[in-house]
Every structure is written in C-alpha cells, then in structure tokens.
Design a protein. Structure first.
Lengths: 373, 307, 292
C-alpha cells in the first residue's frame, strides 16, 4: 500500500496558483526527494503534506487514510525543519520527548524512546543541554531525534542540511542515508541541492513553477531527463546545451553545429536512438545536450575500440579538481565544459582531440525545450 | 473504500484543517480586544463627534446644532491662543529636542568613558510624570526663590528670568521643561540608530579621507532619516497631547496665556460645562494627530511593501 | 594602532576635551532639577526663604517628607499623599498585569496563527496608541457611569487596560514576529494546541518583552494624570493628582520643601524602576520607532 499519496493537489495564494495539480505516490519505506529551484513550490507542497497549509483542492492520503482536512497533529507525521526549530527553553531531552508527552505517552515509555533515539544518533551526552549550547551539527541531530522519537508513518525533511557547512553536510547526508536504510522509514525530503537528491533518493520529483516536471529514479532523472530544465538542473557541472541543426546524413541523422571561422562540426546520430519526434524536426534548429562526462580524451592506444565521434578543438580554461579535470572549450558559438581524466596534459590554448559519446547525448526541441531523443 | 472517504471528508470546511475550535481560538482570543477597540476607540470617537454637533453644556444632550460648536470655536479667542501656543510650543519642542538629542548622541558615540552613566542621566527625566516635571520646574522658575534669585545672589543683580509670570514668555517655560524631559529620549533614539549603522561604512569614509564632522553630515545623517522621522512623529504626538505639564507648571496661566488645546478641551468639557464646545475641540485635536499620522503610516507601509 | 592613537595632535586633544565638557554640562542640566528637588525637600522652610536653590541644607530634616506623606493638604483634606501613593499601586498593578496578559495573547494570536484579516485587526488596534485621549474622555465618563464604576479604582483600572492593550499588543506582536514560525509548526506536529504552544514554547522565551511591557505600562499608568483627574474621586485619586492638588492648595504658607518631598514620593517608584531596569525601559520607549 502506498504510504503517501497526493492526488491532484492545487494550492492558491491569493490569485497565484503555487501548486498546479500535483500528484505523487510513494510506497512505504521509500525515500522521495522534492527538488527544484527556490520558489518552485516544493516547500509549499511539504507544508501541505504536513497540514500546516490547507490545500485549495485535491486530496492527500497517508497510509490509505484521507488526511486532507486533518490537523498536523492527527496525521502521524514528523518534520525536520531547515532552521531545526528546536524549542529554545527546553533541554534536548525535553525537546525529543515533547511530542510523546503531547500524545500522552506514559513517562517510562517516553524515557525509553529518548534513550533509544539518543543512542541511535549518538547524542546521549547532550541530553541535558539547551539548544543554544549545541553546535550546528548537534542541533541537526537533535532535530532528527525529535522526529525519530515518535516513529510516525511519514518523515518530512525540509532542507535539513542547508544550514551546515560543506564538510558536515556530506557527513550528515551519509548518516541520513544509513538511518533510512536501517530503519526503513518513509521519507519526503525537500532540497535545492541536486547532489543531495542524487545521492539520497529512491525517487526524485523535479519541480518548477508549482508543477512536477519529472518523477523517477535518480538514474532516470539524470540520464533520461524529460526536458532541458530537468537536464540542466540535475548534475554538476551542468549539462552543456549546444545549438545545432538536425540534418539527414545518408540513411540516418546528424547534428550539425555551426562553428565560426572553421568547418561546421557534424556529429552523426546513432541509428538505434532515432525517434519519431526527431523526424518531424528534420532541418530545424535543435539543442544538443552533452554532459561534461560525455566527452573523453582521445587515447591513441585505444583508438580501435573507442566509441563516439572525434572532434578537435582548442582549450580555453583548465580547472583541475583533483579527482579529474574540467576543460572549457569552444563548441559551435559557445563554450562547453568537458570532464577528462586528471592525467590529461593540456594547457590553455592548446588543441586537443576529444571524443563525444553520442550514444548518451540528448536532443531537445529548441523551441519547446522538450526532449526529442 | 477510499472513494467513500474522499466524498465524505473531501468537502469538509477549510477551518477543519486545524480542528474546529483550534482554528477559531486565535480569533476568539482576539475578539474581546477587537470589541474593546471598536467600542472604546472608534465608538468613542464617533460619540465625541456626535456630541460636538450638539448644544450639550453641563450634561450631554442630543439637540443637534450642526457645526455650530465648530463655528463658536473658531470665534473663541481662547481657542486661538491655545492653537497658536501649540504651534509655538510644538515647533520649538520638536526642533530643540532633535538638535539636542542628535548632538548628544553623536558626542556619546565617540567611545566616551562612562557612556552608560551619562546615558542614564540624560534619559531619566523620561521616567518621571509630567506632573513631577511641572512641579519641579515651577520651583526652579519661581522668580523670587528659583534660578533668578540664585543668579542674582551670585552678584548679577540685573539678571532677569521671570518668564513664568510673563504672559508673553510663559509658553517658553513649557518648552524648557518639556525639552528637559524628552530630549534624552531623542538622544536614545539617535544613539540606537547610530549603533545600527554598519561600521564599515564609516571606516570606508575614513579611508576616503573624510573628516569626522563631514562623515556625520554626509554619511551618517542620511542613514538616520527614518530615526528623525520617527522622533518627529513621537514628539509631535507628545506635544499635541500635552496636558499634565501645563496643568502642573503654569496652570494655563498667567490668565490663559499658556493654554493648549488639551487644557482648553478639559476646561470646557469638565469645568465650564461646555461639553459641546469641548467635544468640538477634541475632534480638532484628533484631526491634528491624523494630519501627522496618516502621511507617516502611508510612508511606513509603502517602504515596507518595497522592502 | 595604539601608536597612531597616542600620536594625537593638540587639536585632537582639545576637541576631545570639548566633547567631554559638552557632555558633562548636559549631564548637569539634566541632573539639576533632581538635585534641587532633593535638597529642597530636606531643608527647613526658613533656609529656603533665606538661601538659594543649590545651597546645601545646614540643618537637614525629614519633616517635609513626613508631612508630605501624612499631613499635607491636598484640596479639602489634609492627609498627605501617602494614601494616594497606595491608591496608585492598587490601580497600577492590576492594570499592568491584565494589559500585559492580554497583549501577550493578542501578539501570539496575531503572529503565530495568522488568519485572514489579522493585519487589519492589528492596524485597527494599533490606532489606539495614537489617538489624543481627549477624544474619549466624555464618552468614557458616561460609560463608567453606566457600568456603575465611575470614580472607582475599578473604573480607572478598566480605562488603563482598555487604552494600554494597544501598546502591549504592539510590543508582543513585534517580538513574536521575530520568533521563527517553524517553532510553532514543530509544536503543532508534535500535537500541541493553541494554549499549550503559548504556555510551553512561546512564554518561556518571552521574558525580555514581558519586562519591557510591564515597565512601560507601569510608568505610563503611574505617571498618568489625565484619566486620574477625570475619572477619580477624592478617595480613589492616584498620586499624580494628589501631588498636583497639594501643590495648588493655597492655604497658609507655601511649603516648598513639602511640595518637593511630595514630588519625590510621586517620582520614586518610576525612578527606581528606571534605575533597576533602564535597559528595558529604553527598549520599551524605542520599540517600533527604530527599525530593526
């Protein structure tokens, strides 16, 4: 049975519709991430699930019960807030047990729950402290502890890591993932960080302007984005979008990129990936989407097996990141980013041979920005 | 099963989201205050307005005479004295408080030792009742026993400071006492404003080679515009409401030389059995407050919307 | 840095001296009335007519204080201001407590349970801070009569509560606006209701604003004269009214020392509050008038 189901939910603020017919369904134990730029409606959707904001229309089911008009307290959910929202006047212990106390859980059970959660999150030594005496990471743990103590049906995480510094964020991300794997909880998690989305989610919902553009596994969303927005939003550095023309090339198709001062670059499109939608766009401008890792450095020893199309270009900027190397290079009339191995010996201004993996490239309609192939 | 649930609860009223009574509690809690405000503020304003249209004297009567009381007021010499006094008193009071307050705040902002003590001293009069202020200053300004007598005893035989018994000058004694009481408050406002200014702005100006007075005039003062605005609002408001100070310091005298609209209203409504006329003067006072308040609130709301 | 400061020019040092002299002179100006009031209140009458303002008392006496407290004439009665001093407390304490409680609940309901029209309600109530009270005096007198509490302490308490909640609501609203909404959201999810959230979450962090509100209301109501003189009888007068009557009672010799002692008595409670909690007093005065 679905742990959380959202049916055609709409939400208006005044005359502005901030959620437009949103529908999602996730199973028990699934980790759903709502991701999108700020103002896309993801936090509003979260508040609607929590019952903090009434919806304008549509229904929300938790564990099969229609909770659309129930109070937040009656929905059996817990939430971890971006600001943590720890009660400043209470100790960590009181913070964690407050929800149980409100639900009239007897004291011994409350104590046991606090011990269990504190143990799980390794905050036992902090139990008698006030929130103001904790570091950012500790507050984060307490906030999670408060949610975990109640063992609700659904957990909501509202950008829980955005107030932590980079190192701590990565650690906590791993910790959340471990907790999820261990406890099998159902989690809805809001973030604007696509790395968090990719690493944590079972299922990602990419939102924009109050709509869900794509709902799918991280792999689907990353490798098969439905449009240029999703493609550009997921992945860092983000996907390169290159204006081109779709042309016929013998029996198949090719993408022609007009290059100033040089001969146009013509990349043949793999025959296996030709779609219906492409044929309609023949002779029309299209956008070729290439992720940085779709480029690879030409290695002469491997030429025989190498796949993809060879291209020659000069490098403008070289950015070593340690693990690999990002190259900025002109392609057509714009500059693109390519990710190559860290050993690649190239300096700015030099010419370089690169292979483009057209088997993973994505083609978009230049006008509608929807995916063609 | 799910469909049944949908149709049954799907149409529940929005209020039910927060659970019936819970949704109404905030409104219930506010209701008495709103009722009080509607009755005691807005209702009473209307009531006073109605009274001002009647010929009420000793007791309220509802015998309407249109705007007759306002016409009488306009022909009443004492009202004109009171209004003129308010203009003089209000203007001087506001300006002098601003100048003193700003000056003291800027001087205090120079990393002064014992700043806390000085601040406390400047501000304490604000904790006093205007009645106490009036009683003390009446004593200080008493020509035969106060400051005049003291300075004369120091050898300056010709020194004169008898404004309080001089009908032409008595209004200025009100200004002195009121400035003494409120200028420290303006200082506190300015100081809070100064402390709220980003230090780096001043440092940047220093690096640009500006002198300290120039920094204050060109860089700091413009940042304090909202403070000046608020201070003017509050001071003007105090001036219009001034009643107790006049009662205690001059009693409106000599004669009615230091009457203000507030004392005029009280005297006519409560002592001279002229309820209609008193109400009309109260309505004009309200008009005066609104004339200051509405532009202020308007600009506040506008800036908030833009900010 | 220290070197730079030490190498001050003569001009800089002179200007520094000028700054201090202006500040000290100003302090003397503000202190003078208080000092004179205090000196005069312990001088015998003979020294007052013979000497001048700032002359220290040769023969200090507390007689003016005891007379001001228990015997001086305020109008027709000669019982001093002592009784009125307690009257003021009997009016101020309930009025402060009630108006602060209502203001706290109002501020909480307005900010943490926002509903349609909450802003309008607030604006409506805020206006009560600004009206000249002359405009409500006559209707108030009649209403108190109808309620059967004219000239009573209860009536004065009612008046002060009614016109005080605009201020207390303003204080608490501005304070609670700064408390993150997530706290309330978290408590709602935890299952707490309206009053429980107020009592357990908001109130424990409200101490500063409660102090501000109590001090503000205390000084306002203690120092009130207009309502006191308009709505009290001889036995329910607050001390400000009694002081004014005492000073203006013209029977026999003017006893300036008694006047000053009575003024000191009327001023003491607010002065004590100011000295003990000046920080909060300033915060109350500046609440809402300085942005941020």
């Amino acid at each position: 049975m679905a742990a959380l189901e959202i049916h055609n939910v709409c939400k208006d603020f005044g005359s502005e519709r901030v959620l437009k017919d949103v529908s999602i369904s996730i199973d028990s134990g699934e980790f759903l991430i709502l991701v999108g730029p700020s103002g896309c409606g993801k936090s509003t959707l979260m508040n609607a699930i929590a019952g903090l904001e009434p919806v304008t229309s549509g229904n929300i089911y938790i564990d099969g019960d229609d909770v659309t008009w129930r109070t937040p307290a009656d929905r059996d959910i817990a939430m971890v807030f971006q600001s943590y929202a720890l009660y400043p006047s209470m100790t960590v212990r009181q913070n964690i047990s407050f929800g149980l106390e409100m639900r009239k859980v007897p004291k011994p059970e409350r104590e046991a729950a606090v011990e269990r959660v504190a143990d799980l999150l390794q905050i036992t030594h902090l139990l008698e402290r006030k929130p103001s005496q904790l570091s950012g990471g500790q507050r984060q743990r307490v906030a999670m502890g408060r949610a975990l103590a109640r063992e609700p049906k659904v957990y909501l995480f509202d950008e829980p890591l955005s107030n932590l510094d980079a190192k701590l964020r990565v650690d906590m991300r791993t910790e959340i993932k471990k907790l999820h794997q261990r406890l099998g909880t159902t989690i809805v998690y809001v973030t604007h960080d696509q790395v968090e989305a990719m690493t944590l989610a079972d299922c990602i919902a990419v939102m924009r302007d109050g709509q869900i553009l794509q709902l799918g596994s991280p792999d689907e969303v990353y490798n098969n984005p439905v449009d240029m927005f999703v493609a550009g939003f997921m992945g860092s550095p983000s996907m390169n979008f290159i204006s081109a023309m779709l042309e016929r090339d013998g029996d198949g198709y090719a993408v022609r990129i007009a290059t100033p001062d040089e001969e146009d670059l013509c990349l043949p499109w793999p025959a296996a990936r030709v779609t219906e939608a492409m044929t309609e766009q023949l002779g029309q401008p299209v956008v070729l989407g290439l992720r940085p890792e779709h480029f690879s450095e030409e290695d002469e020893r491997l030429t025989a097996q190498a796949e993809g199309t060879l291209m020659h270009t000069s490098v403008t900027v070289v950015e070593p990141t340690g693990a690999d190397m990002l190259l900025r290079l002109p392609l057509g009339d714009q500059e693109v980013t390519a990710r190559v191995g860290p050993k690649c010996a190239v300096s700015p201004g030099e010419r370089l041979a690169l292979r483009v993996d057209m088997a993973r490239a994505i083609l978009f309609n230049a006008e509608t920005e929807k995916r063609l192939a | 099963m799910k469909n049944i649930a949908t149709t049954r609860t799907g149409k529940a009223p929005r209020a039910a989201t927060s659970g019936g009574l819970q949704a109404w509690l905030p409104r219930l809690v506010l209701a008495p205050s709103v009722a009080i405000s509607l009755f005691f503020v807005y209702g009473f304003m209307l009531w006073t307005f109605i009274l001002s249209l009647t010929s009420s004297r000793m007791l309220p009567s509802y015998d309407f005479v249109g705007f007759g009381q306002y016409a009488r007021l306009m022909q009443n010499e004492r009202w004109w004295v009171a209004s003129t006094n308010l203009m003089i008193f209000g203007t001087l009071f506001v300006l002098i408080c601003l100048v003193i307050g700003a000056l003291l705040a800027m001087l205090l902002d120079q990393k002064i030792r014992q700043e806390g003590v000085l601040r406390t001293v400047y501000l304490y009069p604000m904790a006093l009742s205007f009645i106490v202020t009036g009683v003390v200053w009446k004593w200080l300004l008493n020509p035969s026993l106060g400051i005049q007598a003291m300075v004369q005893s120091w050898g300056f035989e010709s020194f004169r400071f008898d404004w309080i018994v001089d009908p032409d000058m008595a209004i200025y004694t009100l200004v002195i006492a009121a400035v003494w009481q409120a200028s420290g408050f303006v200082m506190a406002l300015f100081l809070a404003g100064l402390r709220g200014i980003d230090d780096s702005i001043v440092k940047a100006a220093q690096l640009d080679g500006a002198s300290l007075p120039r920094i204050y005039w060109r860089v700091v003062m413009p940042c304090l515009r909202p403070v000046v605005f608020s201070a003017v609002m509050i001071l003007a408001h105090i001036a219009i409401k001034s009643f107790d100070l006049v009662v205690a310091l001059t009693g409106g005298g000599p004669g009615y030389a230091t009457d203000l609209p507030a004392t005029f209203m009280y005297a006519h409504a409560f002592n001279r059995s002229q309820i209609g006329l008193g109400s009309a003067s109260a309505m004009l006072m309200l008009g005066g407050v609104l004339a200051i308040l509405i532009p202020y609130l308007y600009s506040e709301l506008r800036s908030r919307r833009h900010g | 840095m220290a070197n730079v400061i030490r190498r001050q020019t003569l001009a800089a040092r002179l200007s520094r001296a000028a700054v201090y002299s202006v500040l000290v002179l100003a302090a003397l100006f503000y202190l003078l009335p208080l000092v004179v009031m205090l000196i005069t209140s312990v001088k015998p009458l003979s020294e007052i007519s013979a000497g001048t303002l700032l002359m220290l008392p040769q023969d200090p006496t507390l007689a003016p204080w005891t007379k001001a407290w228990g015997e001086a004439c305020t109008g027709m009665r000669c019982e001093g201001v002592g009784g009125y001093f307690w009257n003021s407390f009997a009016i101020v304490i309930p009025a402060v407590l009630i108006s602060t409680t209502i203001g706290a609940l109002n501020g909480y309901a307005l900010t943490k349970w926002r509903f349609k029209g909450a802003e309008l309600v607030f604006a409506l109530m805020l206006f009560g801070c600004f009206i000249p009270f002359q405009v409500v005096l006559l209707p108030m007198a009649q209403t108190l009569g109808w309620l059967g509490i004219s000239s009573s302490r209860a009536g004065l308490i009612l008046v002060h509560v009614v016109f005080g909640i605009a201020f207390t609501t303003l204080f608490f609203r501005n304070f609670y606006v700064g408390i993150p909404d997530e706290l309330v959201a978290a408590a709602k999810l935890d299952g707490a209701g309206f009053f429980r959230i107020f009592w357990r979450i908001l109130l424990p962090v409200s101490t500063p604003i409660i102090v501000v509100s109590v001090i503000w209301q205390f000084t306002q109501i203690w120092n009130d004269f207009l309502f006191g003189v308009a709505f009290s009888a001889h036995n329910t007068q607050p001390v400000t009214v009694a002081l004014n009557n005492l000073v203006n009672t013209s029977t026999g010799v003017r006893e300036y020392n008694v006047d000053m002692a009575a003024a000191m008595i009327a001023a003491l409670p607010t002065l004590v509050v100011y000295v003990l909690a000046g920080k909060y007093f300033v915060r109350g005065l500046t609440a809402g008038s300085v942005k941020g």
